[in-house]
Structures are given as C-alpha cells and as structure tokens.
Design a protein around this ligand. Structure first.
Ligand code: SPD
Length: 355
C-alpha cells in the first residue's frame, strides 16, 4: 500500500471519519499553500477531526513539523515526498469581487447598507445551538441568488433555524416576498427580528420561536413556496431542518435553500444526504455553489472539540469555515417528512466538532 493510502487508512481507523488517499494529498497541497492549521482545514475540504488526524500522523512520519509560531511546514522528507508524487500548491482562480459566489453583494447596495447597519446590534453567536453567523456579504448574496432564481418576488417564504445569519431579516427588507415567516429556537433572534419588523413597518413578516426537533403542526405543512435553512451536519439535524423544510412546500416546483459544509461532515456523508434528498424526499438538486457561505469566527471556539483536537493552540484569525449553498426543487410525488426527533446526536458526532 502506498504512503498516502496507508495514512488515510490509519487516520480513518482512529477518527472514524471516512477517508481516501486523495484526501491526504489534498491536505499536503493545502500545507504547501498556507501554514495556518485552520486555513489548511478550509483548503483540504475535510472535517476538523480528519484534518487534525492527518496532520498529526504526517508529523509522526516525519513529513511535517510545527515551528515555534505554530505554522505547519514540510520537513526535508516532506519536500522529497512532494517532489516524488508531483504535489503542487492549491490554485484558486475564483472571482475575488464576488468572493466566488457569482452573485456580488454590491449588486444591491441599498439592501447591503441597510442590512449592515441593522446587523450591527445582532445577538452574538452562542454555543448552545451551534450558532456562527455568515458574513453580511454572504447573507445579501443569498438573497440575490434566491431572487435571481425567481424564488423571492411574490413568494411565501419560511426561514428555519438559521436566523443567526439574519437571512429572514434580509429577505423581509427587500419587501418583495408575499409572506416571510422566520422560526428559530433562540428567543433573542426572534425578538430582534420582531422589533425591526415593527420599527420598519414590515407587516408581511413574522417571527416565532420553534424547536425543529418537534414536528410542525398541520397548518404549517404545504403552505410555502420556498424554505431557507442552514442545519448542523448530523443526520438528525438534516431531517429536522431539511426534511421538515420540504414538508412546508406547497407543490412540485417549489424550492429549498440550505448550506452544507465539509468542515463538519465528510464527502461520504454528503453522498448519504444527497441520496436522501433524491431517493427518499423526491427532490432534485439544481445547484451546489461550493464555499458560497463564509462564517465569521465564533467566540466559543476555544471550548469546542475542534480547538481541543487541533495540532496547534493558535486560534483562527481569518475566515476558514465555509459551506456550499444548495438549491433543491420538489418533483411530483415529493415526500413531506415530519417525524419527531428523539436522536441525542443533534449537533455533534464523529465528523462534527465545531459546536
Ligand atoms: N459551530 C460553528 C458554526 C457553524 C454554523 N453552522 C453551520 C452550518 C452549516 N450547514
């Protein structure tokens, strides 16, 4: 077995995160690009436990070392391996103006300015509900994306369990939707939105506290054209946020939007999510924009498993946690999943570590 496959196998056994040899190759490419562990996780597209496990194993094998500034670097043995395998640094030709999204936030400057002004007073991200908000540029780009796909003007929209991003507020600010309902478990966010809706006289938007582990009442099923959410990446949360989101949709041809990250789940899990969307729920994936959502660093990071298992103590400075933006559409005979969630594993499991 070659070196990279051996490392992938050993780290998989240790972390229980499924891996293949190219995951290790990709991480080495990332190390050739940056010495910062958190940027290495980002560029590797790996869950933190896997990236941490590979770095530690490569240090043990004498391929990598950590210097006194806590940068991760290649040893001479590492440089020899890179030359032998022909591994090169990561290249990135994505558009710097729109940050690779394809929907520049500045296309609606008024919405962006108003949103930034209002978001200045937003409640801070707390650990209890895996909060960690996306940048204002991301939130506004989400709205522009949704509008561009014909999913905003005159639509009934539900924004579920992701209001730390204030996407519901941004959607409501456009005054283009017919109805906006924001639901979240965190009362602080609901009160924040309610106050702004009232102050600005936005009378087609409501906000309500709701725990997505509970099934929706009958009157919420089949009532919306579009749902927007951003779940934690456990199987239970996927069902609670996305299964239930689909259950709120009126008919075939309705749309759902959500973020899925590879920082808290593997590509193997994505396959299982995608199979559930297609085979069980009867939807089709129309769009996946990798790294669309950029998350601002959260204060509780030092308390997380991610911080504890990292090979360095240095905290992330720049944005390193990103997620793909998915759009799905319902097909004829799509399924409305609305079961109670009894699963204890809602925010964290072997692949997730940032809560
Ligand atoms: N705990 C870190 C912040 C994570 C925010 N949620 C991201 C969900 C991606 N689907």
């Amino acid at each position: 077995m070659d070196t990279l496959s051996k490392i992938a196998k050993e780290v998989q056994e240790e972390t229980k995160v499924r891996l293949h040899r190219r995951n290790v190759e990709r991480l080495i490419k990332a190390v050739l690009t940056t010495g910062d562990f958190w940027k290495i996780v980002d560029l590797s597209d790996l869950p933190v436990p896997a990236a941490a496990g590979i770095v530690k194993r490569l240090i043990k094998e004498g391929v990598l070392f950590i210097n006194d500034k806590e940068d991760i670097l290649l040893t001479q043995k590492g440089h020899d391996l890179v030359a032998e395998l022909g591994i090169s640094p990561v290249v990135d030709y994505s558009c710097s103006a729109c940050e690779g999204r394809g929907y520049p936030f500045y296309a609606d400057k008024e919405l962006y300015r108003t949103f930034v002004e209002l978001a200045k007073d937003r409640p801070k991200a707390i650990r209890d509900y895996d909060q960690g908000a996306v940048t204002p540029e991301t939130t506004v780009a989400r709205v522009l994306f949704i509008d561009s796909r014909g999913d905003l003007e005159g639509r009934d929209i539900i924004v579920m369990g992701a209001e730390d991003d204030l996407t519901g507020l941004a959607v409501a600010l456009t005054r283009k939707a017919r109805r906006v309902l924001v639901i979240d478990i965190d009362e602080r966010l609901i009160e924040f939105d309610k106050r702004i809706f009232k102050e600005l006289g936005i009378d087609n938007a409501e906000a309500m506290v709701w725990d997505l582990r509970n099934p929706f009442p009958e009157e919420m099923l089949g009532k919306f054209d579009v749902f927007i959410t951003d779940p934690p990446e456990t199987f239970a949360a996927f069902r609670a946020f996305i299964g239930r989101g689909i259950a709120t949709l009126k008919e075939e041809g309705c749309a759902g939007y959500f973020g899925l990250t590879l920082r808290d789940s593997s590509i193997f899990r994505w396959k299982e999510f995608q199979e559930t969307l297609i085979n069980e729920y009867g939807t089709v994936i129309t769009d996946i924009v990798q790294d669309f959502n950029h998350y601002m660093n959260w204060e509780y990071h030092p308390e997380t498993r991610a911080a504890q298992i990292a090979p360095v103590r240095r905290q992330p400075k720049d944005i390193w946690y990103r997620s793909a933006w998915y759009r799905i559409e319902t097909l004829p005979n799509f399924k409305r999943w609305n079961e109670p969630i009894s699963d204890e594993v809602f925010y964290l499991d072997e692949e997730g570590s940032t809560t």
